[in-house]
Design a protein around this ligand. Sequence first.
Ligand code: BES
Ligand code: MN
Ligand code: ZN
Length: 510
Amino acid sequence: MKIAVSREPAQRMPVQALVIGICKDKPLSGPATEIDGLMGGVIGRSLADGELKGEKGETAIFHVANPDSVQLAPRRVVTVGLGEADKVDAEAIRSAAGSVAKLLRDKGIKRAAVLTLGVSGEGGSPGKNASETAVLCNVEGFILSLHRYQEFKSKKDEKDLERVDLILPTGVDEAKAQQAVDRACVMAEATVLARDLAYTPGSAMTPRRLAEAAERVARETGLEVEIHDESWMESEGMGALLGVARGSSEPPRFIVLRYRSGRQGAPLLAIVGKGLTFDAGGICLKPAEGMDEMKMDKSGGAAVIAAMQGIARLKPTIDVLGVIPATENLPGGRALKPGDVLKTLSGKTIEVINTDAEGRLILADALTYASRAGANWIVDIATLTGAVVIALGNQAAAIIGNDQELIDEVVASGADVGERYWQLPAYEEYKEQYKSHIADIKNVGGRQAGTITGALIVGEFAGACKWAHLDIAGVAWHQKDLPYIPKGASGFGTRTLIRLAERLGGAGQG
Ligand code: BES
Ligand code: MN
Ligand code: ZN
């Protein structure tokens, strides 16, 4: 799909559909009024009669009668609701763009123009730099809602929107709008990459394949990449990652991507993603029901690889290290047994009480690696606990860490891109829960506060770094379609991490 910005008057766009946004309890205004005038006022009358309400996600299609005689080049006008005018924010725009994009595609429309949603007189305004943010959100909504994973369909659905022109209201700088489109494409394409990696079945996206995906990203964007194998892990002393990998005959990989800003003395952000390509639970085997979804246990690693792609393209002013420990968690003949003790890269020992609590084990070695690499900040992202799904459902990721400023930056980055994080406490007392009788710590802290103890076990390996942990188990995968997140893998976290790299480098709202 090609997305362009345009200054052409909407009535002259030779498209199959022209999209206009409408708000709740608000008459048409701006260019939409003109279009409606040429339509003989049918949209205004639908609004006045209360048939069209402007509710979020509401769409309607109006065919143009006698288009040639009324000098209206678009063949249809499609309306989409944005909700209440004074509550139109970035998220409302992404959602409206997403809802209308799916409708257009379903109806077989290939070329559409859009009176840029959120700034074309509907009354809303998504805050600072309103028009650029609106352009960005229109583009994100279109691309993210139309993504689908068809790799294994023998008959692919080929219906596609081919071109969308965003019509800019007067007063919006065209060059800045074009920049917003480019930025949105980077953000959305990275998210789509993360989704595709998470979607791919375990046997098609093994640790070796995930490493190849990282290499491909590096090749295409100029990032540095290192892929390490088992013998390297052995010589380094990554006993925790190797321990988890033992249950599988598929070899693990330790993936490192590096972005250099080129700035002397630039601080280093390390982003660490759990790359568990399939989590069967190990000897503490999971129940069969829903186990297929555990191919998404690489969602954190996928978000890191994808964010590194976006970072390479947007070039923030700090350096960024992407670290992905990748392995399967299977109950093979040599698998880790409950009761085993592993020696981590840091030297700390972990007693394995439950082999299904494997994410913290592989992250332990990865965080030690990141802190030894000189990171100023470490942010890890993982589908770590079922407990977070109980606590927050599918509405927000949990965030926990040892530095409030960093946590605030991540939460703000998420708010900038429409991803929600909810902070949980990191009280010292929780650490009692994972004391071990025979080793330094154990890998589970009991039933209480499972998301917090899981996070704090990971945090044991952050060294002296400022650290934040994102538990995305509840938001990485959705059971139903959302306005711009189709059912399945969401790519959650990718855009937050890109935005975080920008913010830590001192960049304002893009
Ligand atoms: N990958 C799972 C967590 C998960 C659950 C991800 C649901 C996505 C959706 C993780 O490795 C796991 O199995 N965690 C255990 C930890 C427990 C044994 C302490 C859990 O949450 O049950
Ligand atoms: Mn597990
Ligand atoms: Zn897992």
